[in-house]
Ligand binder design. Structure first.
Ligand SMILES: NC(=O)c1ccc[n+]([C@@H]2O[C@H](COP(=O)([O-])OP(=O)(O)OC[C@H]3O[C@@H](n4cnc5c(N)ncnc54)[C@H](OP(=O)(O)O)[C@@H]3O)[C@@H](O)[C@H]2O)c1
Length: 252
């Protein structure tokens, strides 16, 4: 099967590093034009956009701010004239042990929900309206295995935000399928990125791999091929589905 995404405009949030970067590279490798979003990693994302080709460009936005989310979406659509696929990948995972103060917990909760859930819903709302007006489109939301099996005590808020993302994605698939809007969830387990590095450093890679059916940690490039397939439209009849990418940890 040959997948050609030439001419498709795809916004990848959090494309500066980690999973988002691998998604941007794979999608561009299939010919797509990538709007590569970042928050702080300007130089890395501008350099990435140059290597991606196909008129890829870097776009800055702090997704904790609703106005920045709107500005990001509007700027991408103004730049390219339309959007075909939205990949909500950017996310944060803050450690909040039970003994933090209520004030510290509330601040952590607020920023986690703002970036991991509110921004995803806001960008998705804008994308749905755009897709309704333009003949359809796809939304791919990067949630987490944590949405389903929960997480350690320090990451309960993170897990809660990802659970919300799953319900949101299913609602979009259910409500707007007749408008040719499809929505999918990716639920990675541990993937070797900056986000997972603290846990890997703390417990060791052998411990993490012992939880898997496969014999090596998932790399960002292991997540990317499925996103190329979902973006292509060839898998639209899986709309509303969650794709577990966790090296078989559920069956191990
Ligand atoms: N790694 C894992 O084990 C794992 C497992 C399951 C799910 N996930 C999910 O996969 C997605 C990508 O994770 P990753 O491991 O690749 O993370 P990462 O390496 O820590 O990268 C995080 C990305 O999110 C962006 N970002 C962070 N805060 C932001 C904000 N306030 N506004 C806008 N962008 C922001 C960062 O942009 P800058 O670099 O510009 O700051 C960066 O591009 C996340 O949604 C994560 O929850 C990861």
């Amino acid at each position: 099967m040959h997948i050609d995404l030439t001419g498709k405009i795809i916004l990848v949030t959090g494309a500066s590093r980690g999973i988002g970067r691998a998604l941007a590279e794979a999608l561009a490798g299939a010919g797509a034009t990538i709007a590569a979003h970042f928050n702080q990693s300007r130089e890395a994302t501008q350099a990435l956009a140059e290597t991606l080709g196909h008129d890829a460009r870097a776009f800055q936005a702090d997704l904790a701010e609703p106005a920045s989310c709107e500005r990001l979406f509007d700027t991408v659509v103004q730049t390219y004239g339309r959007l075909d696929v939205l990949v909500n990948n950017a996310g944060i995972a803050l450690s909040m042990p039970l003994d933090v103060t209520t004030d510290e917990w509330r601040k952590g909760w607020d920023v986690t929900m703002a970036v991991n859930l509110r921004a995803v819903e806001l960008l998705s709302r804008l994308a749905v309206r755009h897709f309704q007006a333009c003949g359809g489109g796809r939304i791919i939301n990067v949630a987490s295995r944590a949405a389903f099996r929960g997480d350690t005590p320090e990451y309960m808020t993170y897990a809660a935000s990802k659970g919300g993302m799953v319900a949101l994605t299913r609602s979009i698939a259910r409500a707007f399928g007749k408008d040719d809007v499809c929505a999918f969830v990716l639920a990675p387990g541990f993937v070797r990125t900056d986000m997972a590095q603290d846990f890997i450093d703390k417990y060791g890679e052998d411990y993490v791999v012992s939880d898997l059916a496969l014999n090596r940690l998932t790399e960002p490039t292991d997540v990317a091929p499925l996103v190329v397939l979902l973006a292509s439209g060839l898998a639209d009849h899986t709309t509303g589905s969650t794709f577990d990418i966790n090296a078989g940890s559920y069956v191990h």
